[in-house]
Design a protein around this ligand. Structure first.
Ligand SMILES: Cc1ncc(COP(=O)(O)O)c(C=O)c1O
Length: 487
């Protein structure tokens, strides 16, 4: 079969990677399906005018990831239904699974983990979105959990409310009004097991086939993959240093939602200014769309007070506000919350009840007390101090060891810094050579819609001490300069 792909010798992307990307894309969009035969490597190499080594390298990468399989003597074939082992290796055909349309889309959804280092944990790991374990007050947490375990209260022997444990909803509502400028009553707050669950239920309730969701690029791909599997078409809008440039939204019919991270754009960084926020609300009103405001780490600002949420400016019930404890407590807690406009509330609760009957009451009760007894705000103050100083160390090290070579957002917020590298460098090569030097850095391209994107890396600082941060940047800088000399 002839493949509609090409190669470009002028690009900074290795030829094998260009071939790999294009074939993978054809499989993902369904142009290549189960059992389709790929051309022999020699033939494809001749057609593309590239070396056979490049084609075989692309084929072996696709085979390792489970997209294709080679059968000795008969050729190379696309694997339509595959499963991946925990290590991300291949591959077990899954004949006769009879998946639903959703199941098939899940199977072919891109896994972000693919872009992450597979080989053990590096000595200095700039992994992002992690909490720093030494900062969390475990003794208080243990005491609060024990409080509910050591009582004969009937709380644990009954199902809780699907909307969430009432004292936690009250504590969250009061916190959001005071600290995040959210305009809400307690009954609008629903406790979920993370933002991802909230998005899943909302989309299943409201998305119709071919509905469009406006999203930021680069952006939060876990949400985007979910949207895609639920049948949405995504309309990416490239962000700048101030988040989503509302003026560049193209008029679209069927636009149901805009998914935005106004407090701290993920992953690039940047805060949406007031004029853009007002323009986005205006756009939502005109388009009869809702805004999904992902306030995943809005509390974590280091040089100024947190910026109030977009939801607080909304007078028309257009914003669905989403928050999580994953960043400010810990991700394994699996607790988040959303604030729903009143008309959406009853249907959301009905769906929530059917989906999981409610988040675990024990941890909800402990978090409720953690907030209402003042531990949460004390913890946040400590996080801001500790993370703020780690971020400062990171950007100072970048300025010292990579002066003028990388760009990053100067908004002092969040748990990572996304750095943009000189255009002539190859992101994967930097990630690979840093790994050899014992430094884990994470590719930025997976968050971009249009590839090749400008080479970039994500450096999380929340899990590292200051001396490790400096040493990690030193080693990374050595690699970047070496790659630059040889490119
Ligand atoms: C941009 C963004 N939104 C939301 C979340 C939180 O999701 P959850 O509450 O499901 O842990 C994350 C977690 O990494 C994130 O990076």
């Amino acid at each position: 079969m002839d493949l509609d792909i090409s190669s470009n010798h002028d690009q900074s992307i290795p030829i094998y990677k260009q071939i790999y990307d294009q074939i993978r894309e054809l499989i993902m969009i369904g142009d290549l399906g189960d059992g389709d035969q790929l051309p022999a490597s020699r033939k494809l190499a001749r057609e593309l005018g590239v070396s056979r080594v490049s084609v075989t390298a692309a084929y072996s990468q696709l085979a390792v990831e489970g997209y294709i399989v080679s059968k000795v003597g008969s050729g190379t074939f696309v694997v339509g239904l595959f499963s991946q082992s925990a290590e991300g290796n291949v591959v077990e055909r899954a004949p006769g699974l009879n998946l639903s349309g959703w199941g098939k889309r899940i199977l072919s959804a891109e896994s972000v983990e693919l872009g992450v280092l597979n080989s053990g944990r590096p000595a200095i790991d700039f992994g992002f979105g992690r909490s720093f374990p030494h900062i969390f007050p475990y003794d208080i947490w243990r005491r609060l959990l024990a409080r509910y375990l050591s009582t004969d209260d009937t709380m644990l022997s009954r199902y809780g409310s699907a909307a969430g444990y009432i004292p936690l909803r009250e504590a969250v509502a009061s916190y959001l009004r005071r600290m995040r400028g959210v305009d809400c009553r307690m009954d609008q707050v629903v406790i979920v097991s993370g933002i991802q669950q909230a998005l899943d239920i909302i989309c299943r309730l409201f998305l119709m086939k071919d509905d469009v969701i406006l999203v930021e690029s680069p952006g939060y791909v876990d949400a985007y993959n979910l949207f895609r599997t639920l049948g949405a078409r995504l309309q990416p809008v490239p962000v700048d240093n101030q988040g989503l440039p509302v003026e560049s939204i193209k008029e679209t019919s069927n636009c149901r939602f805009a998914f935005v991270t106004p407090s701290n754009q993920f992953p690039r960084g940047g805060t949406m200014p007031l004029n853009r926020r007002l323009a986005l609300l205006d756009w939502a009103q005109r388009s009869n769309a809702h805004i999904l405001e992902d306030d995943y780490d809005g509390e974590l600002r280091y040089s100024s007070h947190p910026i109030a949420a977009l939801q607080g400016l909304d007078t028309e019930g257009r914003v669905i506000y989403l928050g999580t404890f994953s960043k400010v407590l810990f991700p394994a807690l699996r607790l988040g919350y959303l604030v729903l406009p009143s008309p959406i509330l009853p249907i959301f609760l009905k769906a929530k009840e059917l989906v999981d009957r409610g988040a675990p009451t024990l941890t909800q009760a402990a978090v409720a007390d953690f907030i209402s007894e003042g531990h949460f705000e004390r913890h946040l103050r400590r996080l801001r101090k500790e993370y703020g100083s780690r971020r400062k160390t990171l950007v100072e090290a970048l300025d010292i060891y990579l002066p003028g070579l990388v760009e990053y957002s100067d908004v002092e917020a969040g748990l990572h810094v996304m750095i943009f590298l000189p255009a002539d460098l190859v992101e994967e090569q930097i990630v690979a050579s840093a790994a050899i030097a014992g430094v884990g850095v994470y590719p930025g391209s997976v968050y971009h819609f249009h590839r090749p994107s400008r080479p970039s890396l994500l450096l999380g600082f929340s899990g590292l001490g200051t001396s490790e941060i400096v040493e990690g940047v030193k080693r990374l800088a050595k690699d970047i300069k070496k790659e630059q000399r040889s490119s």
